[in-house]
Design a protein around this ligand. Sequence first.
Ligand code: C5P
Length: 396
Amino acid sequence: MSLKNKNIVLGVTGGIAAYKAAELTRLLIKEGSKVRVVMTEAAQAFITPLTLQALSGEAVRSELFDPAHEAAMGHIELARWADLVLVAPATANLLAKLAHGRADDLLSTLCLATEAPIAVAPAMNQQMWQSDATKDNMKRLQARNVVILGPDSGDQACGETGPGRMLEPAAIVARIKNEFAPKRLENKRILITAGPTREPIDPVRYLSNRSSGKMGFAMAIAALQAGAEVTLIAGPVSLEINKAVNRINVETAATMHTKVIENIDSCDIFIATAAVSDYRPEFMEAQKIKKDADQLTLSLTKNPDILADVAGRSSKPFCVGFAAETQNLEHYARQKLISKNLDMIIANPVDNGRGFDQEDNTLHVFWKDGDKAFATAPKTELARQLIHLIAEHTLN
Ligand code: C5P
């Protein structure tokens, strides 16, 4: 997808990766975009406005109330002018300000004032990236559909190693191009299940599993960004989602099954990401079980297979399953593809702590007459690529 004639406001904040904004500006201009750079005060300690002005061919802005510009190109005009606001690098501070809607400088103000999509390329020390506060802020931004580019993992300027490196400028440009790609799933309705289920044993205990819901939620966001109308049936997870997604919360496999069947009729695509409990206690005890006996035997009953039920319908949607396996990945995945009558199965290894409750995933997708392997990458990135793959298979 071309970036030709796109108006991009490039926000640069104060981190060591700010020097990469020069290369990023150059690449965007090379793509044919018009770039207007807005710098925070701290950013100017890392790279001079003059550098970015020379590369973008436009005056660099940093003052909220700038007598020289306010009449011609004030912050509201700049917000309106943008087809995209890209903040790279985005510091923890900028992300916190965005998450809380603060507007105390030009960049944060125009982010609040713009209707254009906002993309951020976080860059910070790995500890700061992994702090609870930053995690909360990222959840909020993701729920608001802010496009999050990276970060990468690796050596950091502070001497530490871990997640927090800004994506390389070329990778940012590749992702930005995708933002302007046509909405490939426009007018498609997608139903997604996500997270674990909880099967009550008694009023205070349940059977469940380690699924965090991250993959399913990432699939929902990617489908939304591809233009689909998305319904997400979520087990108990601590994740937020964009309000444009129709989210239905459930606890048990039985309720997830009911809600899926209630919503499946007009769907074009069904993606079963949920780690549904295969069994549930035969009875839920009315009172908390006391630990009087030395041994306790729970009698379990098989839960309905939601995916197999949907895929067995006469007018079934395009059905995508996940196969989390600790061994013989391809063999079991292909078996499920056939036994559940699926159109596509996404296999992921879950041995040695991989897969469940991780930010990254490694995937291998199989369909009747083909397959595609995806190297380890953030779940959000993989979800985007998977949705594109699904779109390719459903749009003919
Ligand atoms: O058979 P297995 O549980 O490994 O299959 C995994 C796939 O089937 C996943 O896509 C999962 O969401 C779906 N599934 C389901 N209902 C079940 C069990 C699994 O929808 N009861």
